[in-house]
Design a protein around this ligand. Sequence first.
Ligand code: PLP
Length: 438
Amino acid sequence: MSLRSPDPTPWTRAGSDAWVARATRAIPGGVHSPVRACKSVGGQPLYFSHGAGAHLWDVDGQRYVDWCQSWGPLLLGHAHADVVRAVCDAAPRGLSYGACHPAEVELAELIASAFPGAEMTRLMSSGTEAVMTALRLARGATGRPLLVKFEGGYHGHSDGLLVKAGSGLVTGAQPGADASSAGIPAEIAALTVSLPFADLGAVDALFAAHGERIAAVIIEPLPANNGLLVQTPAFLHGLRSVCDRFGTLLVLDEVISGFRLHFGGYGALHGVRADLTTLGKIVGGGMPIGALTGPARLLELLAPAGPVYQAGTLSGNPVSVAAGLATLRILRDQPDVYARATEVAARLCDRLDAGGLPWLRATRVGSIVWPYFAEGPLPDRADTIAPPAVERYNRMYAAVLRAGHYLPPSAYEVMFASAAHELAHADDLARTLLDAAS
Ligand SMILES: *Cc1c(COP(=O)(O)O)cnc(C)c1O
């Protein structure tokens, strides 16, 4: 079955281009978040008019199977009826109170119930905020200054986390020369050490020298922001035990992986206990949200219960909370959602494997798929991603788009299957990729 329209009208981006021209005058770089500029795939952004289920429509009226799904929040697909109904019920009762309301308590309870050891949840407006708060809390709880992250891990755009190598402390070199953004003082960057994934030796060496000064180790337990760099359970358990030995907090950043593979976090799937868990994306069901969950003994350090300050005008926003609650209740009560999304993702990988081009393949965990267009071992750290994989993805991107599949506009981003996708979408994408490859 072909999903392509029998109508031979040529693909066009006339409407999108008109908006691009206007946007570049009104918005820095024409976008409100950088990857959307589509620079790395050598294109220009499309402008979309609406989405439903697995699909997005551009302003020229062309339909795409959306494999990006807003970068992960839409496990149920675009505009799921129950989620939209919850939003439509909430909105007329007020878009923001800046005050307490019952549903925010229910969402806080529901989130904590899904993470072992978690008792309390603070809601915020973005994943960036959740991570920022987790790390301030870790510093407040331990009285220590240093943070450890991993190269290729993404934890939002706060100062201390936009540090790529930061190996100054390890090598004895001048620290702080490694901020991956302008505008971050060297003094701030110097407080974050970035280590390679999959290398416990590097972690041990750092802790041997500086362990008593390290407040927190933060990691995406399933790193999915620089390709899909799956770590071994042994690595994650190794982090847990080094943190225990030194009194350092382990923060699992589950903004993508939280509720993506089951009703809970990735850490629990492998028996890795977090001290703090950061969430976003799915817990807002497509509306802006961030959440920090963990034990009361830590969460009660947040103001006004404790001395670590954190606040937000729109925190616990009633419309976001309604979307999040509706989404999480579906995930709790209808676990077949996971099976459906996973089946589509598996089908795509299988069809690519059956295509007979050894390099044309994708790797997958549940419904998260990373097209990795190279032979050889799958990378588990950022510096082992083969450059041809990126070049091939970029080269094929435009043809795949024209054929009606919206892939993430960067080879380093993963695809998200939703429960609204169908097996036929996977089959058609596999065929499209095979065509584009040859
Ligand atoms: C998306 C993401 C963030 C940042 O969340 P925003 O809502 O974009 O601020 C943080 N950590 C991880 C792992 C993410 O994927």
